[in-house]
Design a protein around this ligand. Structure first.
Ligand SMILES: Nc1nc2c(ncn2[C@@H]2O[C@H](COP(=O)(O)OP(=O)(O)OP(=O)(O)O)[C@@H](O)[C@H]2O)c(=O)[nH]1
Ligand SMILES: [Mg+2]
Length: 201
């Protein structure tokens, strides 16, 4: 258990931040941070530290589903992000992969962590089918790039949790259900990262 305190869990973008905040409520053996291009979304969180990125690129209003804006936002705040990650032995990124921040900033940060020699993993959320083509393409691009980088990942699909059979079930239930499973997966991946970490004897 002792080693796990050297891990940082970062929620990337809106969905990632919500996930990180929920995980912080159930799993105390890691440090937490929420990173987003959307200042208002960060202000709604109460439990974990926040780091706004890319204010000059997005005006603090989010990356509007643009991978490119998400990437630029992360790069424009690189020094702040690097210093937030530096002391940790491993970093786990949580993200809704359909978002501009959840895809672009996550990819850029994962790449940066690889260059820093910090073990990094990703727990990603696939969008509902009804979110459309842009959401799907962002997600596919992010998954492809993470595979090319060789980054360990676990992906959960919102659509698969959508229960159309049971009366009274709704989107909120689907999201909540997925969030609980994502947190279990995140804890598993944290342990894997630590086992692979260079600081391990
Ligand atoms: N489980 C869960 N999924 C969410 C939530 N909010 C959004 N999502 C999913 O995550 C995807 C990405 O949305 P956001 O997290 O809002 O996007 P973002 O990463 O902030 O990116 P931009 O807003 O484009 O900068 C959405 O398409 C949904 O599929 C949430 O509260 N819980
Ligand atoms: Mg957002």
């Amino acid at each position: 258990m002792e080693e796990i305190t050297r891990s940082l869990v970062i929620g990337m973008g809106g969905a990632g931040s919500v996930l990180a905040e929920r995980m912080a409520g159930t799993f105390a053996q890691a440090d937490y941070l929420a990173i987003d291009t959307d200042a208002k979304a960060l202000a709604r969180l109460g439990r974990i530290p926040t780091l706004p990125i890319g204010a000059r690129v997005t005006g603090g209003h989010g990356a509007r589903r643009s991978i490119e804006l998400g990437r630029l936002a992360l790069l424009s705040s690189l020094k702040d992000v690097q210093s937030a990650c530096r002391e940790f032995e491993s970093v786990l990124l949580l993200a809704g992969l359909a978002g501009g921040t959840g895809s672009g900033a996550t990819l850029e940060l994962a790449d940066e962590l690889l260059q820093m020699g910090t073990p990094v993993g990703v727990v990603g959320v696939r969008p509902f089918d009804f979110e459309g083509e842009k959401a799907r393409m962002n997600t596919e691009h992010a998954l492809e790039q993470l595979s090319i980088m060789g980054i360990p990942k676990v992906v959960l699909g919102l659509n698969e949790t959508l229960d159309l059979q049971t009366p009274g079930s709704n989107l909120f239930d689907s999201m909540t259900n997925l969030e609980e499973r994502a947190i279990d997966k995140a804890i598993g991946l944290l342990h894997e990262l630590l086992a692979a970490s260079p600081g391990k004897p």
